[in-house]
Design a protein around this ligand. Structure first.
Ligand SMILES: CC(=O)SCCNC(=O)CCNC(=O)[C@H](O)C(C)(C)COP(=O)(O)OP(=O)(O)OC[C@H]1O[C@@H](n2cnc3c(N)ncnc32)[C@H](O)[C@@H]1OP(=O)(O)O
Length: 417
C-alpha cells in the first residue's frame, strides 16, 4: 500500500539539478550518467527556469523522486492552448512503491492548477501508471514499415512536376523543416510548437546517438514559393549474401499539401540499395494509407501516444470545440484534483460551450481520466461505458457526448517528450 506521508515535495534550485537528473536518468534506465550529458541535463531548466521541476525528498532530505513539465503550445480541439507536458518522472529504484510518485503527482497537479493551467499531457512509460492520477489515453499513433518493392503509390496520386526534392545534412535543411512543421503543427491536434531548442534536439546528430545507423539527413520538398514538406531520416547500411538489405529509418515525414506528400513518399521509397523503409511514427490517418497502391503491405503497429489530463474541468470543457450540440450533467470524480469533483452541466455545440456547477441529477458519472481520454476526439466514451468503467444514468447521453466530441482528423503528437 502506498502512502505519501514520509515524503516532502518541493521545488529545486540549480545546484540540485545533477541529483535530480541522477534520479530521473537512473530510474528511466538511461545509458548515460548525468555528468556525461551535462548540456542535456541543463538545457530545459536553463531556458525555462527551475520552477517547473519538483523533487520528493525523504526524511533525511535525500532526493528520491522527481518530475518536471514543459510549457507547450499544443493544438487541441478549439485551438492552440497552453499544455503542461509532463516528463522526467522517476523514483530511485530502492524507494519504489512507497508512494513517492503519488506525492509528486498530487503536488504537481495542484501547482498547475494554481498557475492557471487547464491541461497536462504525457507519454507514459507503462500504461498502468497514470490513470489513477486522472490521465486518460487520448491518442494512438502508428509505427510502420514497408518493403520498397511493394511501396508503389497509386497511378492517380497527385503529382506536381513543379515540386523538387533536395537532400541535405540535418543542420542544413533545418530551417525549411521548421517552416513546414510550424504550418502543419498549428492544425494537427496533439502537435506542440517547436522552438529552436526542440529543433536542436530533433536535428542532433552526434556519432554516439546514431546506434549503428548513418548520419541524420533531411529531404525537403520545395515548391515554387518555398518548402512544402520534409522528412528526417537515417540510413542503416546492411548487406546479406544476396546483396544490399539496407533500411531507411524515417524519424518523421511532414507535408503541407497532397502533392508534397506524394513527392516525399516517392522520394523516400526511391533510394538505391534501400530495401525497407521504417517510419518511427505516423498519424493513424496519414495519407500514405490512401496513397499506396497496395496498402495492405504497410506493416502497421498501433502504439499509445498522448495521455491527457484535465487540470481544470470547466475551463477545459468550456473552451473545447464541439461537432454537434449536446447537453449533459456529468458527475466527475477526481482523487488528485478535488476542485474538479462534483456535478457539471455541459451545454455545448458548434457555436461554443457553457460549463457550470449544478445540483441537478447526473446523466453520466465518470472519473476525470475518461474526460482526458475523450478530449482529443478520437477515444469515445463508449469504450469505458461498455467496459462498465463509467455509469450512464440517462440512456443515450454517452452516444450524444461522443458525437459532439468527435474529431474527423486523428490526434497526433509524433514527438516523445
Ligand atoms: C511522463 C514520464 O516521465 S513516464 C516515465 C515514468 N518513469 C518510469 O517508468 C521510470 C521507472 N519507474 C519509476 O521510476 C517508478 O516505478 C514510477 C515513477 C513508475 C512509480 O513510482 P512509485 O513511487 O513506485 O509509485 P507509487 O508508490 O507512488 O505508486 C502509486 C500507485 O501506482 C502503482 N504503480 C506504480 N508504478 C506502476 C507501474 N509501473 N505499473 C503499474 N502500477 C504502478 C502502485 O502500485 C501504486 O498503486 P496504488 O495506488 O493502487 O497502491
Amino acid at each position: 500500500m502506498s502512502t505519501s506521508a514520509p515524503w516532502t515535495v518541493r521545488g529545486i534550485d540549480r545546484e540540485e539539478m545533477p541529483q535530480v537528473a541522477e534520479v530521473a536518468l537512473t530510474s528511466l534506465l538511461a545509458p548515460v550518467l548525468p555528468d556525461e550529458v551535462e548540456e542535456r541535463v541543463f538545457r530545459f531548466p536553463e531556458r525555462n527556469g527551475y520552477g517547473r521541476i519538483l523533487a520528493a525528498t525523504d526524511e533525511g532530505g535525500r532526493i528520491v523522486g522527481t518530475t518536471r513539465s514543459h510549457a507547450f503550445d499544443m493544438a487541441l480541439p478549439g485551438g492552440v492552448r497552453r499544455v503542461a507536458g509532463i516528463t522526467g518522472v522517476g523514483v530511485w529504484p530502492t524507494f519504489r512503491r512507497r508512494g513517492v510518485l503519488s506525492a509528486l503527482m498530487r503536488r504537481q497537479i495542484a501547482d498547475l492548477h494554481e498557475a492557471g493551467e487547464h491541461y497536462a499531457a504525457l507519454w507514459a512509460s507503462e500504461s498502468g501508471i497514470y490513470g489513477r492520477y486522472g490521465y486518460g489515453l487520448a491518442a494512438t499513433e502508428v509505427v510502420a514499415a514497408i518493403d520498397v518493392h511493394h511501396a508503389g503509390l497509386r497511378a492517380d496520386a497527385p503529382r506536381d512536376p513543379g515540386l523538387r526534392v533536395e537532400l541535405y545534412r540535418a543542420v542544413a535543411g533545418r530551417k525549411e523543416a521548421a517552416e513546414v512543421f510550424a504550418r502543419v503543427a498549428r492544425t494537427r491536434v496533439g502537435r506542440f510548437a517547436r522552438d529552436e531548442l526542440w529543433w536542436d534536439i530533433m536535428t542532433k546528430d552526434e556519432p554516439a546517438e546514431r546506434a549503428g545507423k548513418g548520419p541524420l539527413r533531411i529531404s525537403v520538398v520545395h515548391g515554387s514559393e518555398g518548402p512544402l514538406g520534409y522528412a528526417l531520416h537515417r540510413a542503416e547500411r546492411r548487406w546479406d549474401p544476396r546483396g544490399s538489405a539496407s533500411v531507411l529509418h524515417v524519424v518523421e515525414a511532414v507535408a503541407a499539401t497532397p502533392a508534397a506528400h506524394t513527392a516525399l513518399y516517392e522520394h523516400l521509397f526511391s533510394f538505391d540499395l534501400v530495401t525497407r523503409v521504417e517510419f518511427a511514427s505516423l498519424p493513424q490517418d496519414d495519407p500514405l494509407n490512401d496513397l499506396l497502391a497496395n496498402h495492405q503491405r504497410l506493416e502497421s503497429t498501433m502504439v499509445d501516444s498522448l495521455w491527457m489530463r484535465l487540470v481544470d474541468v470547466p475551463a477545459a470543457l468550456g473552451e473545447r470545440s464541439y461537432a454537434a450540440p449536446v447537453e449533459a450533467v456529468l458527475a466527475v470524480t477526481d482523487r488528485y484534483a478535488p476542485w474538479n469533483e462534483g456535478a457539471w452541466r455541459v451545454e455545448a455545440g458548434p457555436e461554443g460551450a457553457r460549463v457550470e456547477r449544478t445540483d441537478a441529477a447526473p446523466d453520466v458519472s465518470l472519473d476525470v481520466s475518461f474526460l482526458g481520454g475523450a478530449l482529443l476526439g478520437r477515444r469515445p466514451l463508449l469504450g469505458p461505458l461498455r467496459a462498465g468503467l463509467l455509469t450512464e444514468h440517462a440512456p443515450g447521453t454517452v452516444a450524444r457526448l461522443d458525437t459532439a466530441l468527435f474529431r474527423p482528423d486523428a490526434a497526433f503528437c509524433g514527438t516523445v517528450f
